[in-house]
Design a protein around this ligand. Sequence first.
Ligand code: RP5
Length: 165
Amino acid sequence: MASIVILMGSNSDEEKVAPCAEILGRLGIDFYLTVTSAHRTPERTARIVAEQEKAGAKVFICAAGMAAHLAGAVAAKTVRPVIGIPISGTAFGGMDALLSTVQMPPGFPVATVACDKAGARNAAWMAAQILALGDDALRARITAERAKMAADVEAVGNEMLKKYS
Ligand code: RP5
């Protein structure tokens, strides 16, 4: 059973979504990852949401570019939290996907993160934090990862001090 479902609109999104999977793996969280499109395969999208919700999925993460309706289409089919990652790569530099993902009608929220890899990373952290509401061991792992990030900043800060003093 996968706690998290990661969906992307096309395999052309894979490289930008990969950091999401990498972080969930590092945190020891099971995930289900596949390609499905709000427009090209609407029935497949609805079927995956129903099947994965039945199998125990708790959070859906959806990445799409252009007229990015995948997260919204998933939000229409579940009351589980849906996190949206807008993917850039068009003449509009991701603004099209950002607005398509974030501008949901009231009652059907999509928690929208930044575009591309930065957003993919935060989608993983946000999903993990949601799961950690009911999982103390996971919360401890997230806290430990934050301590590592703080130590890394401390280390590079000290390097800079040495370099410029
Ligand atoms: C979106 O259209 C996908 O999420 C992708 O970002 C974009 C282009 O898809 P491809 O034409 O590369 O398959 O639906």
